[in-house]
Design a protein around this ligand. Structure first.
Ligand code: SAM
Length: 283
């Protein structure tokens, strides 16, 4: 019997992956969690039926959400990750010996538990002593933090359900306060291709622009995300993501990556005209 996972990307578009085995199913206090094994993409995690990561292409998302800001902020010592319970973002951060502490704020303990059991490729790092996990709502966690972090990575779900608060003006303003004077915030910024997603992306950008003096957007190609095309936001108080970056220092660290490199870093900020147009409208 053929078993297929389907995700509705729009009212008229579905994305499908043939499943080898349904490994895990749970309805937690916050969301429905499923982990599948597949022939083409290996194991993959979905929350409320939306693709979060697959073993085959997670390196693109996690390298881009971590190495772009880290290359711009090589002296980062204390990092806050909001969401990211699958561990992929923490894994990439831990490759920097200079990072002393990673506070990971994940609302749903069941995501961490299930990923540790079934997706060690990403979650295997979560017992590292430099990672402190807080099972809390990220929106509340940052509310009273002032001048504490060098880097904040918002590795959240989409702007509905538990992730909704992580796309608000209040949240971005609190992240600004939680960062040091040369701090950087990076967020997963949705896709600009399908109109409903583009509206959410534009709204998030408008709020980040209102909260940070520097707010740029960069891109990556991620096969299993809606439209296969994804954006990330780079916001900071003072650092420009290209002009203020010392790419040679990053190369000297000798971090072996599968997707990220300095040329790609520079190029990822060059966006197609239709995306520029959406962003310019709110800048
Ligand atoms: N790479 C992913 C993507 O964009 O598809 C994100 C993956 S990660 C699994 C997202 C995590 O954010 C989930 O585990 C979810 O439980 C967590 N999350 C959602 N809302 C949150 C909130 N308000 N505070 C903290 N974590 C939250």
């Amino acid at each position: 019997m053929d078993l297929w996972f389907y995700e509705k990307h729009t009212k008229h578009v579905k994305f499908a992956i043939e499943i080898e085995e349904h490994l895990y199913h749970e309805v937690s206090e916050f969301q429905q969690i499923d982990i599948f094994d597949s022939f083409e993409f290996g194991r993959f995690l979905t929350l409320d039926g939306c693709m979060m990561l697959t073993e085959k292409d997670e390196f693109i998302y996690h390298e881009m959400i971590v190495h772009v800001p880290m290359c711009a902020k090589l002296d980062a010592k204390k990092v806050l990750v909001i969401g990211g319970g699958d561990g992929g973002t923490a894994r990439e951060l831990l490759r920097y010996k200079t990072i002393e502490r990673i506070d990971l704020v994940e609302i749903d303990e069941k995501v961490v538990e299930s990923c540790k059991k079934f997706i060690p490729q990403t979650a295997g790092c979560l017992d590292d002593p430099r990672v402190q996990i807080f099972y809390e709502d990220g929106l509340k966690f940052v509310r009273h933090k002032v001048d504490e972090y060098d880097l904040i990575i918002v590795d959240s779900t989409d702007p509905f359900g538990p992730g909704e608060g992580l796309f608000t003006k209040e949240f971005y303003g609190n992240c600004f306060n939680a960062l040091h004077a040369d701090g950087v915030m990076v967020n997963q910024h949705e896709n600009p291709f399908y109109p409903a997603d583009a509206v959410a992306m534009q709204r998030a950008h408008a709020r980040i622009v209102a909260s940070f003096p520097i707010a740029k957007v960069y891109q990556a190609q991620i096969p299993t995300y809606p439209s296969g095309y994804w954006l990330f936001g780079f916001a900071s108080k003072s650092i420009h993501p290209i002009r203020d970056v010392n790419f040679d220092s990053w190369l000297q660290l000798g971090i072996e990556t599968k997707y990220y490199n300095p040329n790609l870093h520079r190029g990822s900020f060059a966006l197609p005209n239709y995306v520029e147009k959406i962003l310019r409208k709110v800048e």
